[in-house]
Design a protein. Structure first.
Length: 294
């Protein structure tokens, strides 16, 4: 994860090694390299500029302690600023309502169904009763995929394969959950390969009528700047509560993880790092910043 970015940042900090103090000139060079590394990693240009401007003024404003080299100080400041950029502290999903409904949105292939299974596993481990709902009415294979996942993790799946009305299915699933003591209902919805009006209408309609405690937007981190743009489009229509970044185990350059919070102003709540049901992590901005810096 982020190997290339970590390497380039490390190289940028090394340009400061050996110099005894922070000066405008040597900081400017390093900061320029940090900016280039971030842009190469697909971080939005404006975000990269803003964060590096802050790093620069922070560095120039701080006294270097005898025990800390300018390079170490810049690493520390960069870590602090990346942490802030990614939201500062972790944010939990809200679990309220009877039942507590969690709506999962995102493009096709982003990892919605896989994430739904992972979230169900996560909640089940906390001793909660969960019902998964298959609302991907266009792809019979998606319903089968969710059923298979449900069997694998021991979580019941509600599906009506013949029904083509997602809201209808979700409403009946909620009734079913109430009758059967399932306090948490995860609704997996249909995605498309790209944003389209029908999908947006369908998912906004589900949100309006189901009034979920939590609406999550799932996005493939490998798609870089596109991930951020798609998040913006979904948020304008859905006003979702949090982001799930998937496929961070792959060859992602990191840009989405770094810029999504700043551009969309919604927290990343989970990250997914593999296809196995256990590969779900709560997102901690400080740990991610540490990982980025290698
Ligand atoms: P959906 O169309 O949004 O429901 O997406 P799926 O859940 O079907 O996922 C699409 C593909 O991505 C599947 O092959 C998943 O196994 C894979 N996938 C999902 N999440 C991850 C992840 O975090 N890492 C990796 N490597 N693959 C993932």
């Amino acid at each position: 994860m982020f190997d290339n970015l970590s390497y380039k940042l490390d190289r940028a900090f090394k340009t400061l090694k050996g110099t005894g103090k922070i000066t405008e000139i040597n900081v400017a060079t390093t900061v320029k390299e940090i900016r280039r590394a971030l842009i190469d990693a697909d971080v939005n240009y404006k975000v990269a500029k803003e964060v590096t401007d802050t790093i620069k003024s922070e560095a120039l404003g701080r006294d270097v302690l005898i025990s800390v080299s300018p390079g170490q100080l810049l690493v520390k400041i960069t870590q602090e600023e990346l942490t802030k950029l990614m939201g500062g502290t972790k944010e939990d999903i809200s679990l309220k309502g009877d039942p507590n409904v969690i709506l999962i949105s995102g493009l096709q292939g982003s990892g919605k169904t896989t994430f739904s299974g992972k979230l169900a596993t996560h909640l089940k481990k906390q001793g909660r009763q969960v019902l998964l709902v298959a609302c991907d009415i266009y792809r019979p294979a998606a319903i089968e995929q969710l059923k298979t996942l449900g069997e694998q993790i021991g979580v019941e799946v509600y599906a009506e394969p013949e029904n083509k009305n997602a809201l209808d299915i979700a409403n009946r699933a909620i009734e079913y959950a109430k009758k059967n003591g399932k306090k948490n209902v995860i609704v997996d919805t249909a995605g498309r390969l790209a944003v389209d009006e029908q999908m947006m209408n369908e998912i906004s309609d589900l949100k309006k009528h189901l009034d979920p405690a939590e609406t999550l937007f799932v996005v493939d981190s490998m798609t870089g700047q596109d991930a951020v743009n798609t998040a913006k489009t979904f948020d304008e229509r859905l006003d979702f509560d949090g982001v799930v970044l998937t496929k961070l185990d792959g060859d992602t350059r990191g840009g989405a993880a770094i810029s999504i919070r700043h551009v969309v102003d919604k927290p990343i709540k989970f990250i997914s790092t593999g296809e196995k049901m256990e590969n779900l992590d709560i997102f901690y901005p400080d740990r991610m910043a540490q990982r980025i810096l290698g």
